[in-house]
Design a protein around this ligand. Structure first.
Ligand code: RIB
Length: 310
């Protein structure tokens, strides 16, 4: 077993405003607070994977600005190997502009250095569990997918059309319910329509991916293979503070647990538990340092159930 996770992805500084409700187009509202913290789907997932116990490294593109230095320190403090994270002089570190209202958020990303990659992707441990997202150029993700010989996990966020070549290399494609609709083209699925989500997942499996995991917010997650669907119900989480980064907590812990040799079902249950812990803290990486205690918290998460696909 190769117990390593390699994350190839984005690093951002998150600027988050809290509002009572989202503004309408053309409307000005007063926010109740502003804070900045480290984020980026790639960095969040790397920190989550490292905190789940897997040896984790990150390949990223970060500006030479002070935000970039802060981001690197945050990753290092979490135990992420950043030897292959390159500083680029001609673009600032990526930023995300986040609005949080009650349990929901909206996010705009300015990629900056996240979009400046060399033509050849830097060398990485291709036998590791490799985890990508879509906040870096698609050509980089395609080349990483083609090079990986270990387990390739793609979090299709933000959603974009994916080629059959990439889907064929995906061992697990991770999406939320909106991304599932967009990536599969099944745009009419209702949030509570598990049958529709399974049908959309199976259409992606027909195009090549081995499994599709869909995160369902406070309801948990499902993971479809061609034969069956694993259902992970989230534990009750009454105290939601900020859902930013909950999906990344799921992805990082899921990948970390797979790297540590756990089954898809066990990794799914750990991922759902991590997501429910993350939403209790402000900021994308808030609460991630508690993932070492997942072994005790996981008992609040119902056992996985399996249903055959018809
Ligand atoms: O998934 C949450 C993340 O999305 C934030 O940290 C933000 O940086 C954006 O990348």
């Amino acid at each position: 077993m190769n117990d390593r996770v390699v994350v190839v992805g984005s690093v951002n500084v998150d600027h988050t405003v809290e509002v009572e409700r989202f503004p309408r187009p053309g409307e000005t509202l007063l926010a109740s607070s502003l804070r900045s913290s480290m984020g980026g789907k790639g960095a969040n997932q790397a920190v989550a994977a490292a905190n789940s116990g897997a040896r984790t490294s990150m390949i990223a593109r970060i500006g030479t600005d002070s935000e970039g230095s802060r981001a690197l320190e945050t990753l290092q403090r979490a135990g992420v190997d950043v030897d292959a994270a390159e500083r680029v002089a001609d673009a600032p570190t990526g930023t995300a502009w986040i609005t949080v209202s009650a349990t929901e958020n909206t996010i705009l990303v300015v990629p900056g250095a996240n979009s400046v990659w060399p033509e050849r992707v830097p060398r990485f441990d291709a036998s590791a569990v490799v985890l990508c997202q879509l906040e870096i150029p698609l050509s980089v993700v395609e080349s990483v997918a083609a090079t990986t010989v270990g387990t390739f996990i793609l979090n299709a966020a933000p959603a974009r059309p994916l080629s059959d070549d990439v889907l064929r290399r995906c061992d697990v494609l991770i999406v939320n319910e909106h991304e599932l609709a967009e990536v599969s083209g099944h745009t009419d699925i209702d949030a509570s329509d598990t049958g529709g989500q399974i049908a959309a997942s199976r259409s992606l499996i027909e195009r090549g991916t081995t499994a599709v995991a869909t995160t369902l917010g406070s309801r948990g997650a499902i993971l479809c293979t061609n034969e069956s669907t694993l259902v992970a119900t989230a534990p009750p989480t009454p105290d939601v503070v900020d859902s930013t980064g909950a999906g990344d907590a799921f992805c990082g812990v899921f990948a970390g647990r797979i790297a540590l040799g756990e089954s898809l079902g066990a990794a799914l249950r750990a991922g759902v538990t991590a997501g429910s812990l993350a939403v209790r803290h402000p900021g994308a990486q808030g609460g991630y340092d508690g993932f070492a205690t997942l072994a005790t918290l996981i008992h609040d998460t119902p056992e996985i159930t399996t249903r055959p696909n018809r």
